[in-house]
Design a protein around this ligand. Structure first.
Ligand SMILES: [Zn+2]
Length: 423
């Protein structure tokens, strides 16, 4: 059997088993007792509801995963890639365009399979727990817009890559690396003004008092905010959130309308401070640098494998092509990708902890921050007791109880330090 095929299939199965086991442990880890810290926030009923929600979502993920894995493996073994390649070649015979069509058919196929699952997720599970605010019209327009956007952006990225790898030979990987990096920056710059408004309405924050407090706070820490917006998140969900987005002149803070309505200004300030902390502590810049270097390594490895005939044999291809080589390499690269993503999540959890400490310190109001974290948990029915294996595999933030504990420890240690400085 082909060694590439073995690696790819084995990894699909290993990843599936890892996720399955971690979800199983996660359900087993649901505790019957409401954690002490949350006694004044959750009543017994809320707590039960949050556990049922975790269970139901977890089981649904297992079903979704199982269908996807069976599909992937059968598609690979039955020569699905070759079939699609032949269709694409029948449609157009141009080395770059054929490649883009090949990729687009794959994207369409994945989209079609995922629609029933996302329908069930929103209209059955989220609906049952009172989160869903989406109607069918929003669901379908969202799906169509996402699909069109994916086709446009993937085409814009894929076409030049195919061209570079067919013309540039040994420099192709460097050129591709630079190209992809620049394109990513351009998309990040334009996303808040061109892409996000396709899905949501953004309004400048109206609350003058809150706006002034945010501006003063940002001034104090020499931080440029180009805009403070609220977004109609309630169009889809009752869940609340806030985020910074964009780079350079388009850098803005966005609050979900649910957040502005249900949280007081002190709490909102601490959430803002946390987000700003990510910039001030250079998390965003570091992440960008890491992704720059890992992308470079990935393109270098791609250049070593892209024309390897064994890779094409693994997928039963009649013809060799640059574009299929890129897609196959993507599959071969997934173990490395998973390893990188685990490292990223570990670093991200550390960064979240630092941003929490930044928020507690700079607002001088750790209690408001802790209250905001608790309210967010209740509002979103967060799992309060995830299993460490799930945290390790999936969590970009530490579990909420750990965050609260850390903020308290940090503030205690800080007041001891300050006291020592005084004497
Ligand atoms: Zn954060």
């Amino acid at each position: 059997m082909n060694i590439f095929l073995i690696i790819i299939l084995l990894f699909i199965v290993i990843e599936y088993i890892l996720n399955f086991v971690s979800r199983h442990l996660n359900i087993k880890n649901l505790e019957t007792e409401l954690p002490e810290e949350f006694k004044n926030y959750y009543d017994e009923e809320d707590y039960k509801k949050s556990q049922l929600y975790t269970k139901e979502k977890t089981k649904f993920s297992n079903v979704n995963d199982t269908v996807m894995v069976v599909f992937k493996i059968s598609f690979i073994l039955l020569g699905g890639f070759n079939l699609i390649d032949n269709w694409a070649r029948d449609l157009v015979s141009h080395p770059v365009l054929t490649g883009v069509i090949f990729l687009w058919i794959l994207i369409l196929l994945l989209q079609v399979i995922s629609i029933p699952f996302s329908y069930y997720g929103s209209f059955v599970i989220e609906e049952k727990y009172g989160f869903n605010r989406m109607n069918l019209k929003t669901f379908f327009t969202d799906n169509i817009k996402t699909l069109l956007l994916t086709l446009i952006l993937s085409g814009a990225m894929f076409a030049p890559l195919i061209w570079l790898f067919s013309k540039m030979d040994s420099y192709a990987w460097v050129m591709s690396w630079i190209f992809v990096f620049i394109l990513t920056l351009v998309i990040q710059y334009l996303a808040p003004v061109l892409i996000m408004p396709l899905f949501n309405k953004f309004y400048p924050l109206e609350d003058e008092e809150l706006k002034n407090r945010i501006m003063n706070y940002a001034d104090n820490y020499a931080f440029n905010i180009e805009g403070i917006f609220t977004m109609d998140g309630s169009k889809r969900t009752t869940k609340a959130n806030a985020y910074f987005t964009g780079i350079g002149k388009n850098k803005r803070i966005v609050f979900y309308d649910n957040l502005v309505e249900n949280f007081n200004n002190n709490e909102i300030m601490t959430i803002l401070a946390h987000e700003m902390g990510h910039y001030k502590l250079k998390h965003i810049l570091k992440r960008l640098l890491v992704s720059f270097f890992t992308t470079g390594v990935m393109f270098y490895l791609l250049s070593l494998f892209i024309k390897n005939e064994m890779l094409f044999e693994a997928f039963k291809m009649d013809n060799l092509s640059i574009y299929a080589g890129i897609v196959f390499f993507g599959l071969l690269y997934s173990p490395i990708n998973m390893l990188l993503s685990l490292i990223n999540k570990y670093v991200s959890r550390k960064n979240e902890k630092e941003a929490d400490e930044f928020a507690a310190r700079t607002t001088g109001n750790p209690n408001a921050f802790i209250k905001a974290l608790k309210k967010l948990s209740l509002n979103n029915l967060t799992n309060l007791t995830p299993h460490p294996a799930t945290v390790f595999l999936k969590y970009s933030h530490p579990p909420v109880l750990e965050r609260i504990k850390n903020i308290k420890n940090y503030m205690n240690a800080k007041s001891n330090r300050d006291f020592n400085l005084e004497v």
